[in-house]
Design a protein around this ligand. Structure first.
Ligand code: ACO
Length: 327
């Protein structure tokens, strides 16, 4: 029997500083009405002072570890999805490892922009299924505010900072529970198409400009691609497991824009009260948005054990992906 990987605990962390649309009206020529109507965003959390991506990641990871009921010694891997690490190296993952005093086992970052958490989850799932690891901290953490051009109203209004984490671990459930549906990750689906690399990118990087650069985006083109590719991937994830949209308990999408999220829910025939939405309060936190939304819905009691959950995301690259799981 193959080893199944289940989510054993979730956690999240948001910086305390909040930037509202009204605050942004004082920085660039925009309005609360324009931002809310086009994106569904009202406010976002922003790092300040000593807060870095690894601080956000460590706080979220600590919470996920506590929720899992495991001890630090049980964790044999840390994978962080981020595009905004504290430093070029070492990785955010080793910062988290040191901060939480975790065992000297594997730790590394993954960079797939807004799809990063799905890539990280898929990677952790493979490590667990192969028997190489038993419990992995999988984290999405971003300080997107540090790579924004605060004079460009077409991008700076969209993003926020934060971190979410899960402990993904080998299931201890045995065959005598065969009558109940199998829990854990049922499948993951990852894609990238470098032909679209220039429609959402930064204009700098270590080896090209020796700076991080800032985000540049062809918003309409990204929007168009996101709607089509999300339609395709949610269908793929469901049909790969013999399900339809009617079987889903929750859609936990990447939170880029409420219009993209609603279009995907509509395609699935899913009412919006089965979709976890955080974009209004958090903006687009890139790789952190899915684990942040997941943790919110677990903690407020919406997501329950054994429910069927679909995660999906699209980001720069373009990269996109989905994962179907039974919580
Ligand atoms: N405030 C006021 N006006 C603005 C703002 C702003 N913040 N930003 C742009 N405008 C203006 C534009 O200059 C333009 O003016 P013009 O007609 O005089 O030229 C007008 O608003 C319309 O601009 P568009 O870019 O065509 O607006 P659109 O309806 O496409 O909405 C948006 C823009 C919200 C960015 C949309 O294209 C979108 O959400 N795209 C998806 C991008 C995304 O979410 N990226 C995140 C990363 S990828 C991901 O996570 C999916």
């Amino acid at each position: 029997m193959s080893i199944q990987s289940v989510i054993k605990g979730t956690g999240s962390f948001l910086p305390s500083k909040i930037l509202t649309n009204v605050d942004l009206e004082k920085i660039v020529e925009t309005s609360d009405e324009w931002i809310f109507q086009r994106t569904g965003i009202r406010q976002r959390h922003i790092v300040s002072g000593e807060e870095t991506t690894s601080v956000l990641a460590s706080n979220a990871a600590r919470q996920a570890l506590a929720a899992s009921g495991l001890s630090s010694d049980d964790i044999d891997g840390v994978i962080v999805a981020t595009t905004t690490p504290d430093l070029t190296f070492p990785s955010v993952a080793v910062h988290v490892q040191a901060e939480l005093n975790l065992p000297a086992k594997m730790a590394f970052d993954i960079q797939a922009v807004c799809t990063g958490f799905i890539y990280a989850l898929s990677t952790a799932h493979s490590f667990i299924q192969s028997g190489q690891c038993k419990n992995i901290l999988v984290i999405g953490a971003e300080s997107m505010s540090s790579i924004l051009d605060w004079e460009d109203r077409t991008t700076c209004v969209l993003f926020g900072d934060g971190a979410g984490a899960v402990v993904l671990g080998a299931s201890e459930e045995t065959d005598d529970k065969a009558s109940t549906p199998q829990r854990g990750i049922l499948s993951t689906h990852l894609y990238a198409d470098g032909r679209y690399k220039d429609i959402l990118c930064t204009n700098g990087g270590v080896s090209k400009t020796r700076s991080t650069g800032v985000i540049q985006m062809q918003g309409r083109e990204v929007f168009k691609q996101a709607v089509t590719l999300m339609h395709n991937i949610v269908e793929e994830a469901l049909s790969a497991n013999g399900f339809t949209g009617n079987d889903l308990d929750w859609l936990v999408p990447h939170q880029a824009n409420i219009r993209i999220i609603s279009a995907t829910a509509e395609k699935l025939g899913l009412p919006m009260d089965k979709v976890v939405v955080t974009v209004e309060d958090q903006g687009n936190t890139s790789a952190a948005s899915i684990p942040l939304a997941l943790d919110l819905a677990v903690r407020d009691g919406r997501i329950q054990k054994n429910q069927l959950i679909l995660l999906e995301a699209l980001g720069g690259g373009l990269t996109w992906g989905a994962s179907l799981l039974r919580f």
